[in-house]
Ligand binder design. Structure first.
Ligand code: ZN
Length: 464
């Protein structure tokens, strides 16, 4: 069905935009008055609100977002007492079976082990995910179920050789030992659409058949309406019916060891197959290793650094000359900034979550939320990029501020070319659109997701 959006602000002009067959087919000053254009069409009066291309979040983890929505979300809880209350009442108010919680943060929720969990949930099997996603803490009943005689590396033991409840970097190992869950992606799709997000790049490594099936079915019944780019897939043909494939995701981790030569060989192997790489690198040691390996292997169009949370500026030249895009997360400055100020090495602070200095060094930048590690709300991240303000009002890296329009632009780039210039509302392009309730300058003066009025993907209304 044809849709006509009248009186919309597009790049500072007030126009009418005609959508048909999933594409923008006309942008006109006068279409409102021409009956032929609006006849039989669904007419939306934008009332002067800005119409922009839909946002693309260049780094999310969709199934982890869905799992977090269904489990107990500890992230908003600010005290150990609130943490205890949440787990105790979840246990009392749910039926038997596994309990799952995520977002545990030792700085706000206190020290954790299986004994503290047992005191809260008794003999229930409970697993609590650390906010980093890299560790779980299990209750004793849960430990008994997953360990059953095994003791793989990563199971933390106390001085008497007894498991403390902590399982480090054993995510897939645990998943193989508990009843499978099939979290629904419908809520995730709706949440993203309400933010004006029309596409996402899922950065989960090694997605595997089971998870791909969940994504395929959510895409095909439109419960997940966004356009999808997947990094953790080897064969693009295997997902061509519902997604496109981006660079190959590579995770490096200073805890398990960093080897630039070995990493360079892995990068080269992907480049030989004409595939770019997306390297997860957070700490200084990891970003130095990743960029060194890229220099050794040579770069390929589309190569990316994911996060680059501490990125020393002596890496600038390689990143800029190799056209490597850094996919940043300004939202973390707001959500975790207060903790950074007390925990990050002082020599790393100037290089923490850089933004403006990347751009001025000629380095391509895009934004990914890394949801559910941080909120998927792009408007909150844009506001933080412009202010660099933490939750408690501290400022981190004032010189890294960018204006809100620049930060929004980093969400508007091509899904397969995140470091490029923003897409635009033009005739002939796909109708992936976000309608705001006010002119763009007004929205960007105080970015907030409540300004998102309607969202379309391929001409289909997915949020109103
Ligand atoms: Zn991630």
């Amino acid at each position: 069905m044809k849709t006509v959006i009248t009186n919309a602000e597009v790049e500072g002009r007030y126009v009418s935009v005609v959508i048909d067959g999933g594409n923008i087919v006309e942008i006109a000053q006068d279409v409102v008055t021409r009956e032929a254009a609006t006849q039989g069409a669904n007419v939306v009066d934008a009332d002067g609100g800005a119409l922009i291309v839909g946002l693309h979040d260049h780094h999310v983890h969709l199934l982890a977002m869905a799992a977090r929505r269904e489990g107990i979300n500890l992230d908003p809880l600010q005290t150990p007492l609130a943490f205890d209350d949440a787990l105790r009442s979840a246990s009392a108010n749910s039926e038997a079976g596994w309990l799952r919680a995520s977002g545990y943060d030792e700085h706000r929720h206190g020290v954790l082990d299986c004994r503290r969990l047992d005191a809260l949930v008794g003999a229930r099997a409970l697993r609590v995910q650390h906010r980093s996603g890299l560790a779980w803490v299990l209750s004793t009943a849960a430990l008994d179920l997953v360990l059953s005689g095994e003791l793989p590396d990563g199971v933390e033991l106390d001085s008497d050789g007894i498991p403390t409840g902590w399982l480090l970097r054993l995510d897939e190992w645990i998943a193989d030992r508990i009843p499978p869950t099939a979290p629904s992606l419908r809520g995730v799709g709706a949440e993203l659409a309400a933010f004006g997000i029309t596409g996402v790049t899922d950065a989960t490594p090694n997605l595997g058949q089971g998870r791909l099936e969940l994504l395929r079915s959510a895409a095909s019944d439109h419960s997940l309406p966004q356009r999808l780019v997947l990094l953790g897939v080897d064969d693009p043909a295997a997902v061509a019916d519902f997604a496109r494939v981006g660079p190959a995701k590579i995770v490096i981790d200073e805890v398990t060891g960093l080897d630039p030569d070995a990493l360079a060989r892995i990068i080269s192997a992907h480049h030989l197959k004409d595939r770019a790489v997306a390297i997860h690198a957070v700490s200084r040691a990891e970003t130095v290793t990743a960029v060194t390996a890229l220099a050794l292997a040579g770069t390929h169009p589309g190569d990316r650094i994911e996060h680059g949370s501490v990125l020393p500026d002596d890496l600038n030249a390689i990143l800029a000359s190799g056209s490597v895009t850094v996919v940043i997360q300004p939202g973390l400055v707001g959500e975790r900034g207060d903790h950074y100020l007390s925990s990050v090495d002082s020599e790393d602070l100037p290089f923490l979550h850089r933004a403006a200095s990347l751009q001025s060094a000629g380095i391509a930048v895009a934004i990914g939320s890394d949801a559910p590690v941080t909120s998927a709300d792009p408007w909150a991240a844009i506001a933080t990029a412009a202010t660099r303000r933490t939750r408690s009002g501290n400022i981190i890296g004032e010189s890294e501020r960018v204006d809100a329009r620049t930060a929004l632009g980093w969400y508007l780039t091509d899904p397969l070319d995140p470091g490029s210039s923003p897409r635009r509302v033009v005739c002939g392009s796909a109708a992936d659109l976000c309608l705001l309730d006010a002119p763009l300058d007004e929205v960007l003066a105080a970015p907030d997701s409540t300004h998102v009025r309607m969202t379309w993907v391929g001409g289909r209304l997915v949020h109103s």
